[in-house]
Design a protein. Sequence first.
Length: 421
Amino acid sequence: MTPSRAFVRIQLLLVFLSVAVRAEGPGESIEVVGQKPVTSVNAPATAGTVIDAAQFGGEVRSVSEMLLAAPGVTVHPLGGPGQAATLSLRGATADESLILLDGIPLQGPGGGSIDLATLPATLFSRMVVTRGVLGAQLGAGALGGAVELIPKAEIDRLSGGVQLSGGSFTTGQLAADGTAPFGNGGSALLAVQADHTEGDFNYRRQLTPNVPGSPFFDFTRENADATRGSGLARVAYPLGDDLELDTIALFSAGGRGLPGPSSAPTPLSRELDEGGLLGVRLRGNARDVQWSVRTWGRLDRLELRGVSIFGDCQDGVAGCARDDQRSSGARAQGEVAAPLGDHQWLRATIEGGSEWVHGTSTGAHQRGIGSLSLADDVQLTSTFALHPALRFDHIGNDTGLSPALTAAFRPQHSLELRAGF
């Protein structure tokens, strides 16, 4: 059940930009031309949708609610607000739908799909949802498609904003962000969001619905509360005319009750989770050649308390062990892009690293990861372009080769035809 909310928004801006607005005068026509947002730059000529977070005006809590605005997206919530939710693109499973933060793949504590409820909506400026088999363009795991989360950008001036919302079921949200100059020509951004909901409500149901005329009894949904705090930090610092160092960090921590189904409630089961990610990238230009080197690491942890095979149990007593699940990873990546003549742009990427998972009942496991990819953009004529791509992946004991070819034909400015495999 989604709570209704009343919103209060307070914007604290130290720099204002005034825009002149006037109405159409007698005998005058004002033409307004719209422009479709650019989809994924890493997967050109594919089917995609851009979701602008500003269009929601603070009316959503997490990424999962915004993704419902894109065609081909199915979100599988496992309860009310604040409870776990996973993503499916074009019918693919959650493990076959890739989620990237500024190009960094996100995963859950068990090494599988990430819980969308742990990604607050106010930390991102937009989302690019690309549908189709995109392993060659975006990496392993994109069988149904991919979601690229574009974080809020740092700007070189002082500004900030605060957003407060509240609603039914004792639901509240506080979000704030600020940007400021950093050093000599650099910039920094910090955004945070805190959420809480009790999630309890009264309802009536029959204990024996198969018996005609059976009475209804009053119940209260309990142990459905959820609390979360999250933050995003970005810093960009120029090291020269054609050299820049940028850093991104994301963290999230929360706790929630696991109420169970109405037929078998679990008022004693709880879940705690925490996770973080840190990435550093150095990029620059050498004449017409663009290059970047990047490294990142992530750590996620989830703990179940009061959970048993046949319902719930009292945490801390004998026979009610806690279940701890952890996942971590570290990778390094290098990319070079250069023109081949006046109508061709070639990109080459190499990546390597390792992942570790640990579970109370499954033990510890590790696997190595390596990939090499090539992507080409060829403008054959002024209206027709080809985009071939090839990617080699080696993950643990598995090796795969992913080819792709897409094409775009634009007979006129307002019409574009796309095809690919």
